[in-house]
Design a protein around this ligand. Sequence first.
Ligand code: SF4
Length: 75
Amino acid sequence: MEATEKKTIMHEEIGTKKPCSSCKWQIADPTNPLRGQCTVNRNAMGGVWKRWIADVANVTCSQHMEGKLSFREHV
Ligand code: SF4
């Protein structure tokens, strides 16, 4: 139960292959690109998130796939 919950919540995962830095929901902190902010306002669950990311390279969550950048998003 706890493990499942952890996946949906932003969490640290050292060396993750799906970091916040490659997620479109992430906005880099202009003064420190290693930090950022995650703003999700149209995820599948309809939730709204706005939270700080302390380390964009080693933090992820299960919304990463949904937030993955794709060509369609650049239209
Ligand atoms: S949706 Fe998840 S993986 Fe994407 S920036 Fe937010 S916390 Fe990181």
